[in-house]
Design a protein around this ligand. Structure first.
Ligand SMILES: Cc1cc2nc3c(=O)[nH]c(=O)nc-3n(C[C@H](O)[C@H](O)[C@H](O)COP(=O)(O)O)c2cc1C
Length: 191
């Protein structure tokens, strides 16, 4: 079983990446192979709405001079897809949305490549906007025919400066339970 984890933060080693490293520890304990993509180290161009990915002769995104195709391939090869983002003005980062817009459009235009994959979002912010951003990303999972497990709370955390999120015990407990439920479900569906 494979899990891909995607950090939408442009900031290296920040709170979003911290949360995903914690998720990876939990996946490893369950012998699930992990692949982490940090958009802080990658470049994803936005969707051009050219429609090329929906033409039978193409079968993929026409933009090839960025890091999109390697991440999409990992999403297709994985049973579990976890996304995490800092909140920027009440929303997910444009970096993450560029990836998800294109992944969703390619998937839906080519036989729903992401169907029945398991996963969900985690959001982190200094003060406000986590719930809205969590809901924003849930829309992406749901319209892409995916399955999202719950947790002891919504998957949100608090933190401003790098490492702050380590002190948000409720946020960490919620993320841990979310991954525990994801593993529980994935083992029932895929083993
Ligand atoms: C451009 C920008 C916009 C932000 N907007 C919000 C916001 O709407 N609400 C909030 O509580 N924090 C906001 N923040 C704070 C970040 O969400 C917070 O610092 C977060 O922990 C950053 O995660 P990272 O360390 O993974 O990059 C914003 C930060 C930046 C740089």
């Amino acid at each position: 079983m494979k899990a891909v984890l995607i950090s939408g933060s442009p900031r290296k080693n920040g709170n979003t990446e911290f949360l995903l490293h914690r998720c990876i520890e939990n996946f490893k304990k369950a012998d699930i192979e992990t692949n982490l993509f940090c958009l802080s180290k990658m470049h994803i161009k936005p969707c051009k709405a050219c429609g090329s990915c929906r033409k039978p002769e193409n079968k993929g995104c026409i933009i090839t001079d960025d890091d999109f195709s390697s991440i999409l391939q990992s999403m297709i090869d994985s049973q579990i897809i976890i996304t995490a983002t800092p909140v920027y003005f009440g929303s997910a980062t444009p970096d993450l949305m560029a990836l998800l817009d294109r992944a969703g459009y390619v998937s839906r235009g080519n036989g729903n490549l992401l169907s029945r994959k398991i996963g969900g979002p985690i959001t982190v912010a200094r003060r406000a906007g986590q719930n809205f951003t969590y809901a924003q990303l849930l829309y992406w999972y749901m319209v892409n025919d995916m399955i999202v497990p719950g947790s002891s709370y919504w998957n949100i955390a608090f933190g401003k400066d790098k490492g702050d999120v380590e002190n948000d015990k409720d946020g960490l407990t919620t993320a841990d339970r979310f991954i525990e439920n994801t593993i529980w479900l994935a083992e029932k569906l895929y083993n």
